[in-house]
Design a binder for this molecule. Structure first.
Ligand code: ATP
Length: 310
């Protein structure tokens, strides 16, 4: 990065952290270990406690109980460490609408001793043509790129992004993902929150699934899928007359929801052949037949009993 050597980031640990807002328990005793140099995602529905967790790690909120450690430092006693080494993406609504892009970057840079050159940030986030534009005239994607640029002004070791692609169109989301991957390539640690399954699955090296202020499980996206929903699904229209106790080789069980009847199997070839034979024997057309492997959405459903989009 422009001749600047990035200091090595450290392991970030959240230990037994709780946070209440009056009667609401937002974070209910969580432990996390965030290894340096990867993209760590906190995945959960609205109100799960993701933002509160992020803000406590960033030093913007104080936990009621617990510790937050960065390498050797106890951040609750050394808040300056977080200020100097962490970069925080603000909600784009926190920007001043009547400042220009350049002025916004300069304003945030003025808070720090050590900063990256504005030119470098403007170029890197493809804001050259917008540098003299007022923030209020930026598109959603440009605002979000400015928000990530501002999170980098102090050349941080750890970058925190709260719902970095919320509300963006698919192309703008992909641009933000590329920017996030570049942070990882530079050796920075990225900690982000999301309630988008595809984002969690394609972007994150490690995920903690959060609901009601607790961590339900964590691991790489593949580990979570393997642990909770291994194998494949054969889906059919719900109208296909398959009973729960249907005997088809290699089918472990039958699951139903409003959109599909699903056969769960660890041996897809065998189950498909068995299903075809069963359908032929019973004169039943296999309408809507499709197969797929499980996704994080299925994992979430398995862990919580409800869909992330509820
Ligand atoms: P979202 O995606 O909606 O931001 P989240 O997973 O980030 O959700 P939090 O914003 O951390 O969750 O909220 C966790 C719980 O704490 C929610 O029930 C929320 O209503 C409550 N909460 C959050 N901030 C405050 C606050 N400042 N005062 C009172 N309650 C709050």
């Amino acid at each position: 990065m422009g001749g600047i050597t990035l200091p090595q980031s450290e392991v970030l640990r959240v230990i037994g952290v709780h946070k209440r807002y009056g009667p609401v328990t937002a974070v209910d005793g969580i432990d996390l270990t965030i290894e340096p140099g990867g993209i760590f995602g906190l995945l959960g529905p609205n109100g799960a406690g993701k933002t509160t967790t992020l803000e406590m790690i960033e030093g913007l909120r104080r936990p009621d109980k617990g510790q937050i450690r960065y390498g050797e430092w106890d951040l609750l006693h050394s808040p300056k460490v977080a200020r100097e080494r962490f970069g925080v993406q603000l909600q784009t609504s926190a920007f001043f609408e009547l400042l220009k892009v350049d002025e916004t970057i300069d304003l945030f840079s003025s808070f720090y001793r050590r900063t990256l050159p504005r030119e470098q940030l403007v170029e890197r986030f493809e804001l050259q043509e917008k540098r003299s534009a007022y923030v209020q005239n930026l598109s959603g994607g440009q605002r979000q790129r400015l928000a990530v640029a501002v999170a980098l002004v102090n050349d941080p070791e750890v970058v925190f992004l709260d719902e970095p692609t919320a509300g963006l169109d698919p192309q703008a989301r992909r641009n933000v993902w590329d920017a996030v991957r570049k942070l990882r390539e530079e050796g920075r640690t990225v900690v982000l929150t999301t309630h988008y399954m595809d984002e969690a699955q394609t972007l994150c090296d490690h995920l903690a699934v959060m609901d009601h202020g607790r961590i339900l499980d964590e691991g790489s996206p593949q580990e979570l899928i393997q642990r909770h929903r291994p194998g494949a699904l054969i889906e059919l229209d719900p109208s296909v007359p398959l009973t729960d106790d249907v005997e088809i080789p290699a089918v472990d069980r039958v699951e139903r929801d409003a959109t599909a009847t699903s056969l769960v199997t660890q041996r897809l070839d065998e189950a498909l052949a068995g299903l075809a034979a069963w359908a032929h024997g019973h004169g039943v057309p296999l309408t809507g037949l499709r197969t797929r492997t499980a996704t994080l959405e299925d994992v979430f459903l398995q862990l919580t009993g409800r869909s992330l989009r509820d």
